[in-house]
Design a protein around this ligand. Sequence first.
Ligand SMILES: [Zn+2]
Length: 292
Amino acid sequence: MSGGDGHGREGLRLLAVHAHPDDETITMGGLLAQCSDRGIATSVICCTDGRVATIFDPEYAADEATIRPRLKEIREAELRSACAILGVDELHFLEYGDSGMPGSDTNGLPGSFWKADVDEAVRRVVAHIRRFRPHVVVTYDGNGGYGHPDHIQAHRVTLLAVEAAYHALYPELGDGWRVSKLYYTAFPLSEARRAAEIARQAGLKPPFGDTDPEALAFVTPDERVTTVIDCRDQLLRKREALRAHRSQLSDDFALLSVPEDLLREHFFTEHFQLVVSRVTTSLPETDVFAGL
Ligand SMILES: [Zn+2]
């Protein structure tokens, strides 16, 4: 815990709602570690167990018959390790199954988050919001960042829960709590372009293959990005937390393969879109707690 009362030295709290183990670190591992450094309490909700995911670690992939049945446990353990490295105060699993992309044979399996009763899923997140009372909530945009059904569902459920948490709905879950700021994670198009150009100049493998950055599903138009966080002091912890997600991120994952000096020089920021604010802040921001 980061503070004596468990709610952080500054009394501020951040809740992140993510679809799978690893999303928290890839999209906002630096911010989570920075909150820990500042004594700001953090809670991560992971909606699914990630058991149908592609296995990227070469050793695990070669032994898929043994690993696949244990993948839920493996990914939970990976997420626990990553959260410990980032100094996350609490981690909760909503215990839904995950889904493959639309069109795949694992899309919409029974028990999956994508097929879940939305009211029940919202209820579970409202319970966490009313208990943890976050000032800031972070999730994905309406495309789930890159179109994955579990991410889209995380977006939908989180938005509904943030609103429901301070209304009269679900009275059995305790007193209402009004979240002050709601953010979406973001990866600006300009950053994708810059990464491709820096890799080209350094003679490294293109970080996004042959795809034109503009055509990448996971980029955000720059005009939507409101908030840039300088995570220089948290970079190495973020990288260590990425490595903890061994089943998902092999050594050629862009943020793991880029040499440390290039990482420090060029890739030390994380980006967010402020979509709801009930406090006064001026944009662009450099702190998700600005105005609180
Ligand atoms: Zn994901």
